[in-house]
Design a binder for this molecule. Structure first.
Ligand code: PMV
Ligand code: MG
Length: 368
């Protein structure tokens, strides 16, 4: 194909954040209808192409079958690392598939940022990784038509970059909709990648611990999202937590046990459409996060997030922060059976406290 497009949704955690960092723990993660779009067009010039993303441009030269990433400045390398790693991985896969490499222009557009260009916390590095992979696979007629394959490719790319997260963002962005996710065994994958590996073989085998189950297309609850206006660094929070866990992880282990039970109950309550139970469990997860924050001195619930949550409570809704916290987004949940749609009231109160309501919905599944 000469021109291909991949539109990949961002994500938000419904529940399971922090516990998902431990192997075999579940989380519920939603893909939301804000996207990163990658458009690939076969280049007119051999061994040359241009990558565009926001204000950034990279006119690449292909030398010995690889893009000249090393010729970029340090800042540019930092900016393009996700794209570049995704490209190298796809190209390895293309070679393994017996196809010939082509050159291309690649345009990356994001609406995972607000009007001022601030990140909203929707997992843009994950979505970029998936979008670049899928747009290029399509260019080679290699669309896997499988969200699991897409997830695996993105997880390989991010592991090569030594990413430390749970890859829950990759699961939501590769599937769309809502997913029930149990993280892969990251040490196993690291070990596989340290060998001389074949991408094709890695895609064909089952990955230890990994479970991704796509859930409902429609939620039996009303969900509202608010943005605190301050971008947060997940990496800093997670690193700080991990440093402390090497001293004492007793409280964290208790948190993980409770969190796991809560997410499993939430999964069941959603399936059974028990909305009052869903609200209760969201509040329970909020209190687990608050205890974790207290035990490890983590700034998860900022004053803005606390306001967002207590405002929702004042209207009899459930609420919590979403993801690592420390800023970014929070969510509120109301029963769908409630005859009063309290959206207007909630949004007005949020705005008074400088929380920006976001018009978000569950993104459709990538593959039907
Ligand atoms: O802040 P977010 O939405 O990127 O979520 C981070 C979730 C953590 O569990 C804290 C970290 C991770 O990689 O899973
Ligand atoms: Mg975040």
């Amino acid at each position: 194909m000469n021109k291909t497009v991949a539109q990949i949704p961002g994500k938000l955690y419904l529940a399971g954040e922090y516990a998902i960092l431990t192997a075999n723990q579940p989380a519920l993660i939603m893909a939301v209808d804000r996207y990163i779009t990658a458009t690939a067009t076969v280049s007119d010039t051999k061994d040359q192409g241009t990558l565009f993303s926001g204000e950034h441009t990279w006119n690449y030269q292909r030398i010995n079958d690889s893009l000249d990433f090393d010729a970029l400045s340090e800042d540019d390398q930092l900016f393009w690392r996700y794209t570049h790693t995704a490209i190298s991985l796809v190209e390895q896969y293309v070679r393994e598939s017996g196809k010939t490499l082509v050159d291309y222009d690649l345009q990356i557009n994001s609406d995972l940022i607000d009007v001022d260009g601030q990140k909203l916390g929707f997992g843009s590095s994950g979505a970029v990784t998936v979008a670049v992979i899928l747009s290029l696979l399509r260019l080679y007629d290699l669309d896997p038509n499988s969200s699991l394959t897409l997830y695996k490719l993105a997880a390989i790319a991010q592991t090569r970059l030594n990413a430390t997260g749970s890859f829950g963002d990759l699961a939501a962005s590769s599937y769309g909709g809502m997913v029930y996710y149990k993280s892969l065994d990251r040490d196993w994958l690291k070990n596989e990648l340290s060998k001389n590996f074949s991408v094709k073989d890695l895609l064909d085998i089952e990955w230890p611990n990994l479970e991704i189950e796509p859930l409902l297309d429609e939620l039996p609850i009303r969900l509202y999202f608010g943005w605190t206006g301050s971008p947060a660094s997940t990496d800093n929070l997670v690193e700080y937590l991990k440093k402390q866990l090497s001293n004492n992880d007793d409280a964290y282990q208790d948190f993980v046990t409770e969190a796991s039970r809560t997410v499993t109950d939430l999964y069941e309550a959603l399936a059974l459409e028990e909305s009052s139970k869903v609200i209760e469990l969201i509040d329970l997860y909020d209190s687990l996060l608050r205890a974790l924050a207290e035990d490890y001195d983590l700034d998860i619930i900022t004053p803005k997030l606390d306001f967002l949550i207590s405002t929702a409570h004042s209207l009899d809704m459930g609420a919590k922060s979403s993801g690592a916290g420390g800023g970014d987004c929070g969510l509120a949940i109301d029963s769908i059976d409630d005859p009063n749609d309290k959206e207007t009231q909630l949004f007005e109160l949020w705005r008074e406290g400088k929380v920006t309501p976001l018009e978000l919905h569950l993104a459709p599944k990538l593959y039907k």
